[in-house]
Ligand binder design. Structure first.
Ligand code: MN
Length: 289
């Protein structure tokens, strides 16, 4: 069996954008017809709201259709409420994997942590055409139920997919994703299988290291904060620098290879399907259950 290590294809410097009711975000990529990161549509880092800033802002009630939104919190909390009657907090280390399917209306409002800060990520994962109008579904995962694998300076929290024989608690997702929070001690290395043909990215939010190492240990030195996009292959190797740790999210998933038509909080396959969503919002038939 020949192993092919994934090299770096692109390094994206996140751009500041304003979303919702004035939330300042670092966006690595957003929904676009080019669908370059298929099945991933968007990745935002909401390391915002400096303690010295004024009142908190957030994301008042808004719809979604045709996608999954994945919220992962490092610090602070997000209060969540939706049209299915769910209500609760997403706190440090928790994950909410929301499959909007045919549609939900929800509200996401941040709360500061003890330090006064809020830090976390939101990933949007596409749904295949056949599942865009499916029943909405939530997988709420408490931090305590996410397995953490520690070995030789490598700590991996497995949210979805499998690492070292340990499966994450989020299951039955169309994109068959790998979604993990990785911490490497200085000099530590992770070498893991990533399915051939799947899209794979790593969001480095703390520290530095060598990414996209190959058989000859050649790779690129990368510092936080950035999104690293990998070429194809069936393994991925990353090593922290000798002087600092590296902390990053690894995300991989199988592309659907379908045309997409994004519009605000909706991602469908055609313009007509977007028009249908807007019509249903106007006439009050958007939420199906
Ligand atoms: Mn939302």
């Amino acid at each position: 069996m020949t192993k092919t290590y994934r090299r770096i294809k692109q390094i994206i410097e996140p751009q500041y954008v304003i979303e919702g009711a004035g939330v300042l975000l670092r966006r690595s990529f957003g929904p676009d017809v080019s669908n370059l990161f298929d099945p991933f549509l968007l990745f935002d880092h909401f390391a915002f709201n400096d303690p010295l800033e004024g009142p908190l802002v957030g994301f008042p009630t808004h719809p979604h259709r045709g996608i999954e939104t994945v919220t992962y919190i490092l610090e602070g909390k997000v209060r969540h409420r939706d049209s299915l009657g769910n209500v609760g907090f997403i706190g440090p280390g928790d994950v909410q994997w929301m499959t909007s399917g045919s549609g939900i209306m929800h509200e996401e409002m941040p709360r500061r942590g003890p330090s006064g800060r809020i830090d976390g990520f939101q990933l949007w994962v596409n749904l295949p055409a056949a599942q865009k109008m499916s029943q909405p579904r939530y997988q709420e995962v408490d931090a305590s139920t996410i397995p953490s694998v520690e070995n030789q300076g490598v700590t991996v929290r497995v949210v979805a997919g499998e690492y070292a024989g340990i499966k994450g608690p989020v299951t039955e997702i169309a994109a068959e994703p790998l979604y993990m929070d990785v911490t490497l001690d200085p000099g530590a290395e992770i070498d893991l299988p990533v399915a051939d043909g799947h899209s794979a990215v790593a969001y480095l939010f703390d520290g530095e290291g060598h990414f996209g190492l190959d058989d000859d240990e050649q790779g690129d030195f990368v510092s936080a904060v950035c999104m690293v996009v990998f070429d194809d292959g069936d393994r991925l190797k990353i090593r922290a620098s000798e002087s600092a740790q590296a902390r990053f999210m690894i995300m991989a998933g199988g592309p659907f290879k379908e045309p997409i038509f994004p519009y605000g909080p909706f991602v469908m396959n055609t313009r007509e399907e977007i028009q249908q969503a807007l019509t249903e919002l106007r006439n009050g038939t958007f939420v199906k259950s």
